[in-house]
Design a protein around this ligand. Structure first.
Ligand code: CIR
Length: 272
């Protein structure tokens, strides 16, 4: 169960952020409306939502997921007192792969220290974006991408293994159309992985029930399970119907202005 979410409001210069897609310039008013719908959805899921102020130094700062990996429930295999914090959680700041986003993590550090007594950090030459990290129960898939390099992935894997998790690397550098691993897969619990076609054949996904996102609905692959609900992007009827048929309670959210900046549902919060 998640109890908390950390979010950051998009700033007035949101449109100056990075993007690889050509879907037009985001409309700020609509962006803020969509963001507010997202916050409402997290609250519906029962989360206490921390809403950080926009930070104009970082146009991409609303995509807080990229700045940290949080464990609310370490597996408990590490030697007594060496790696779990007293509240049972653990946090590690990333080292974002885009130069313009590197310093977002120092901002996030102070916020995390209010919840986690110790905060570790990925260090150079490692780079790692939270969007490349997919937690699937006690296993973590770590995407190697244009943002997350081998050194960053290895540092995170070692940190996770010390806390009782397993980890494997998924190289997405040759997979067209996705910025991060989680642009193409999501874990929604119940041993189910949502995947785009180009990742469905990966041998590491064999033990999971795969929920395929049909061609043309790839953006829908970035969805999040939050307690009793799955949050999905609006406008992907086949995917929505598939999840409804499986019995999931859905919150369907308008994400058009985030999609324009390569962002998805997972990117907009840190959940723990
Ligand atoms: C970026 O390029 O860094 C942002 N415009 C989008 C980040 C999306 N984050 C994510 O998927 N976790």
């Amino acid at each position: 169960m998640f109890k908390h979410a950390i979010t950051r409001q998009p700033g007035a210069n949101y449109q100056d952020g990075l993007t690889t897609v050509d879907l037009g310039v985001p409309d700020l008013e609509k962006t803020l409306l969509e963001h507010s719908g997202y916050l409402t959805a997290l609250k519906t899921c029962g989360l206490a939502v921390l809403e950080l102020e926009p930070d104009l130094r970082f146009p991409d700062g609303t995509f807080v997921e990229d700045t940290a990996i949080l464990l609310s429930d370490p597996q408990g295999t590490c030697p007594q007192g060496t790696c779990s914090s007293p509240n049972g959680g653990a946090a590690i700041l990333t080292r974002p792969g885009a130069q313009s986003r590197l310093d977002e993590v120092s901002e996030m550090k102070d916020t995390l220290l209010a919840f986690f007594p110790e905060v570790a950090q990925i260090s150079a030459p490692g780079t790692l974006d939270g969007g490349d990290i997919c937690e699937a129960g006690s296993h973590f898939f770590i995407g190697i991408s244009l943002r997350t390099n081998q050194a960053g992935a290895q540092q995170l894997a070692a940190w996770l293994v010390a806390r009782g998790y397993s980890a494997s690397f998924i190289d997405i550098r040759q997979v067209a159309g996705i910025l991060h691993l989680k642009s193409g897969i999501s874990y929604i619990g119940d041993n189910r992985l949502v995947v785009i076609d180009s990742l469905a054949g990966h041998p590491d996904f064999k033990g999971y029930e795969l929920i395929r996102v049909v061609p043309g609905e790839e953006y829908a692959a970035n969805c999040i399970r939050v307690n009793d609900y799955v949050l999905i992007a609006a406008g992907f009827p086949k995917f929505e119907a598939t999840l409804r048929k499986l019995g999931y309670k859905l919150l369907v959210l308008d994400m058009s202005e985030f999609q324009k900046m390569d962002g998805g549902l997972s990117c907009l919060s840190l959940r723990f």
